[in-house]
Design a protein around this ligand. Structure first.
Ligand SMILES: Cc1cc2nc3c(=O)[nH]c(=O)nc-3n(C[C@H](O)[C@H](O)[C@H](O)COP(=O)(O)OP(=O)(O)OC[C@H]3O[C@@H](n4cnc5c(N)ncnc54)[C@H](O)[C@@H]3O)c2cc1C
Length: 511
């Protein structure tokens, strides 16, 4: 019976990256994926004459060839960077607050952002500058922690990142109040909270600030042929290097022996054995459905019961039979909010009536993404609790999702004064049910576990080794310590591979 060095459950971003690193180090790997294509939600689909990305609106940490970000360096190191063509996202975001005249347009670049905020909120400059200084320190401290993993030296943290140490445990709201940022500037700057599906009084400052810094300071990109281009490139490289990927192979259970994971069994009862099993499926699902009860340690159950699922995804994909500019869609990204109060909106987002949405116009970064005289729009939103689940039934599902989508599209039109409804040629709507079915996301929760309060990325990173409750079973992807996001999951996959390799070599650290 073939025995693999590593068996991966799922071909999402994180597992593909981890598997590629391992095959390049001579390991024998097998990826088992339930769908017929790689990438998980990093994929695309076609409706009529449009190709929609299922998820990606912005890719961070790529930078430029001259000034590469960590992700680009990783792709270079894996020898795939030159196979993917990136387009730079030209403009940052345009915020509209519904039923008010509040409208804010921000450019990329720290200096530009600070100047713009000063225009909107006079006397905000000093506090916004302080915010970015702190954000940079947090970003660098996190990079140090991620790189050193088990070998973190606390004196380095204390000496090199003293502000980080002081605020490591604080929420976004606590730090912005402490640096006396004017309320209005706080509200505008934190409209980005939607990306984390966590309101600012519980969202970790370190997490928010380091991602936001990256977003504003470095170039944001999208791949020319949608996120599927990256997924496919990774998958092809794995095959070229001798790895094996088996599609249409849903893993049903993890095989156990003497309390250790030794393999997996597919729904068709086929079995595979490996030295290490890497699950891209949520620990909540694995411990509750894929491992016999008697093997699940109490601590693992405590962990999954204490973690909260992130937002449940709702997306609308539109192909319009009009040129974006002709109908007034000049920006790449629009953020429409019912109000700028994140606590209130997070609660409201449990109702299906909310209309807090991010909308991207793909053509404004990738002009040739759809036929001449057309454009592609992607709406992304979420429900913060079980509001959708409580209302949806088998009978009302199609009507309900269309009703929610219609309200969101109308909200966009009302807020921006840009008419899009008459130009819709293709529409597809993804609900929490779609995400649950396609990616096996528990309750359709697309953000992994909520990163909130004391359960934020810092304790998760520090505690990672203690969260391995079953020998030879590791978790990857959005449910890992880096949380969700493209860059986060690719990088997490690489970190996991290095950890696996270093374990084999008796703990020697890989740079
Ligand atoms: C609508 C939407 C928009 C987003 N926009 C952005 C964005 O603009 N920028 C950004 O950085 N991030 C964005 N994200 C987040 C990002 O897409 C995810 O965090 C990332 O793709 C998750 O990668 P992963 O490694 O966790 O794998 P996943 O994508 O979760 O893949 C898991 C894989 O496992 C497979 N699988 C599940 N169960 C089994 C089983 N039993 N057997 C075999 N295979 C199984 C699934 O089919 C899937 O292929 C978005 C996500 C969504 C849903």
């Amino acid at each position: 019976m073939a025995k693999y060095d590593a068996i991966f459950i799922g071909a999402g971003n994180s597992n593909l990256t981890c598997a590629l690193r391992l095959v390049k180090s001579g390991k024998k790997v097998l990826i088992l994926e339930k769908n017929n294509v790689p990438g998980g939600v990093a994929t695309s689909f076609i409706r009529g004459r449009f190709e929609f990305d299922a998820s990606l609106q912005e890719l961070m940490e790529v930078g430029t060839e001259e000034n590469p970000g960590v992700l680009y360096k990783l792709f270079q190191d894996l020898k795939i960077a030159d196979q993917i063509r990136f387009f730079h996202v030209p403009t940052c975001y345009h915020i509209y607050v519904k039923n008010t005249d509040q409208e804010y347009v921000f450019p990329f670049g720290i200096r530009n952002f600070i100047d713009k905020m000063e225009e909107y909120v006079p006397k905000s400059r000093e506090s916004v500058e302080t915010f970015f200084h702190l954000a940079l320190e947090c970003r660098n401290a996190l990079k140090y922690i991620e790189k050193k993993q088990a070998n973190i030296r606390y004196e380095v943290l204390l000496n090199d990142y003293p502000q980080f140490i002081k605020i490591a445990n604080s929420s976004v709201e606590e730090v912005l109040n402490a640096i006396e940022m004017p309320k209005k500037a706080q509200e505008i700057l934190t409209a980005f909270w939607m990306y984390f599906a966590s309101p600012i009084h519980t969202l970790s400052f370190v997490h928010f600030a380091s991602v936001f810094y990256e977003y504003i300071a470095t170039e944001i990109v999208i791949p020319k042929k949608r996120s599927h281009e990256i997924s496919l490139t990774l998958a092809e490289e794995i095959l070229k290097n001798g790895g094996r990927i088996q599609y249409l192979s849903p893993v049903q259970s993890i095989l156990m022996e003497n309390g250790q994971a030794i393999g997996v069994q597919l729904e068709n009862e086929e079995k595979f054995y490996g030295n290490i099993i890497v699950s891209g499926v949520a620990p909540s699902l694995v411990y509750s459905q894929m491992i016999p009860k008697e093997y699940v340690p109490q601590k693992a159950l405590q962990l999954i019961n204490s973690r909260i699922l992130g937002g449940r995804g709702f997306s609308i994909y539109l192909g319009l039979n009009q040129n974006a500019n002709e109908i007034g869609l000049a920006d790449y990204q629009y953020i429409i909010m019912d109000s700028l109060d994140s606590k209130r909106e997070y609660e409201n987002m449990n109702q299906i009536t909310h209309s807090n949405i991010r909308v991207t116009v793909l053509n404004n970064a990738n002009p040739s993404c759809s036929p001449k005289g057309t454009c592609i729009l992607q709406f992304t939103s979420f429900f913060s609790g079980d509001g959708f689940d409580k209302i949806v039934t088998e009978e009302n599902y199609f009507q309900l999702k269309e009703q929610i989508a219609k309200r969101m599209i109308e909200s966009f039109e009302n807020a921006t004064d840009i008419l899009i409804m008459p130009y819709i040629e293709e529409i597809e709507i993804a609900t929490p049910v779609t995400f649950a079915r396609y990616g096996n996301y528990l309750d359709g929760s697309i953000f992994g576990y909520k990163v909130t309060g004391l359960d934020n990325i810092l304790p998760r990173l520090f505690n990672e080794a203690n969260e391995i409750y079953i020998e030879h079973l590791q978790f990857s992807g959005s449910y890992g310590p880096n949380a969700c996001g493209y860059a986060a999951t690719y990088l997490a996959g690489d970190q996991l591979a290095n950890r696996i390799l270093s374990l084999e070599e008796g703990g020697k650290e890989h740079e």
